[in-house]
Design a protein around this ligand. Structure first.
Ligand SMILES: [Zn+2]
Length: 316
């Protein structure tokens, strides 16, 4: 395959507030990019129109005789990647049961693939980032929510209904906080942005300090970085919860590399060091020491490159 040039493709990361697009050249570099608002209230037709507009402007970057050959898009779940249909993404109510892949394909006259955003990020990271020399990897997103995508022997593990990887709602403490999912003590209740804020505010109150209701998970992370001891305690507890979840996954899957993305993961070692110390306590001595935790290498480029990779598979 070495002498065959890879095709030009476009990767699109559609989120609740913004759509990020990247033009990917035959060497897998994003050579043009654009960010536009999702404007979810305008509905999917508007989004498709505006995506098509950006794809058109990308064409000026392509040498004569070559063209964009496919597009890959990723979106918040749940979605049906085979049918190319968004099911009921909570932050995109006008996109419920929308056949977005077909709409884009018709509008652009191109083959289009569609993937869950965490899985697309995992594919990007696996092929072009932290996982590029690995056979298996788990990608964990820690932000407003917590989720994971599992790549085993080069393939995404999807499960029967494409739900594999819902690690945010595995139980870390069965006597823990009630979670919105109906369970208790889920990983989410320790590490998601909203829970970091909630736990920190509670700790402030317990310590008779001024409680600021507007504080976000990101603020907690920033304060921890600045050495605020209470914020540091919350981030450490979050890291320990991650360590327990990683130990569990490592024992079940025998995967060594765990890569972290999402806003909370920007805490870096502040979050991952407590997790690294915790993993061996909850796993076999033959498993724990092999486990590596690291922050995403690609950041926001991960989903775009993952979508591009997947789009190419469709036309190969
Ligand atoms: Zn839960």
């Amino acid at each position: 395959m070495e002498d065959i040039l890879e095709p030009w493709v476009v990767g699109v990361d559609l989120g609740g507030t913004k759509i990020e697009l990247g033009l990917i050249d035959p060497q897998n570099k994003i050579i043009a990019r654009e960010k536009i608002p999702t404007n979810p209230d305008d509905g999917p037709e508007s989004a498709v129109d505006r995506i098509a507009g950006v794809v058109n402007t990308f064409k000026k970057n392509i040498p004569d005789g070559q063209k964009i050959e496919a597009l890959g898009i990723c979106c918040p779940g749940p979605l049906d990647h085979e049918a190319g249909v968004l099911i009921n993404p909570t932050n995109l109510p006008k996109f419920f049961n929308v056949p977005l892949r077909q709409m884009l394909s018709d509008r652009l006259d191109l083959p289009v693939t569609m993937e869950h955003d965490a899985k697309a990020s995992a594919l990007g990271e696996f092929h072009f980032g932290a996982g590029r020399n690995e056979t298996s990897m788990v990608f964990m997103v820690i932000g407003t929510g917590v989720g994971a995508a599992i790549i085993m022997n080069g393939e995404l593990v999807r499960g029967v209904k494409n739900f594999a990887g819902e690690v945010g709602h595995v139980t870390i403490d069965r006597n823990g906080e009630p979670c919105f999912c109906g369970s208790r003590g889920c990983l989410d209740t320790f590490t998601s942005g909203p829970w970091l804020a909630r736990r920190y505010q509670r700790l402030l109150k317990e310590n008779n300090q001024t409680v600021d209701d507007t504080i976000s998970g990101q603020d907690v992370a920033l304060r921890a970085k600045d050495g605020d001891p209470l914020a540091l305690r919350i981030i450490t507890e979050a890291g320990e919860a991650i360590g327990i979840a990683v130990a569990t996954m490592a024992m079940i899957l025998d995967i060594e590399l765990f890569v972290f993305g999402g806003s909370v993961s920007k805490c870096g070692d502040l979050l991952l060091d407590p997790a690294r110390l915790t993993v061996p306590k909850y796993s076999f001595r033959t498993v724990g020491p092999r486990v590596r935790l690291m922050v995403s290498e690609l950041g926001n480029d991960g989903p775009i490159l993952g979508c591009g990779w997947q789009a190419r598979q469709k036309i190969k």
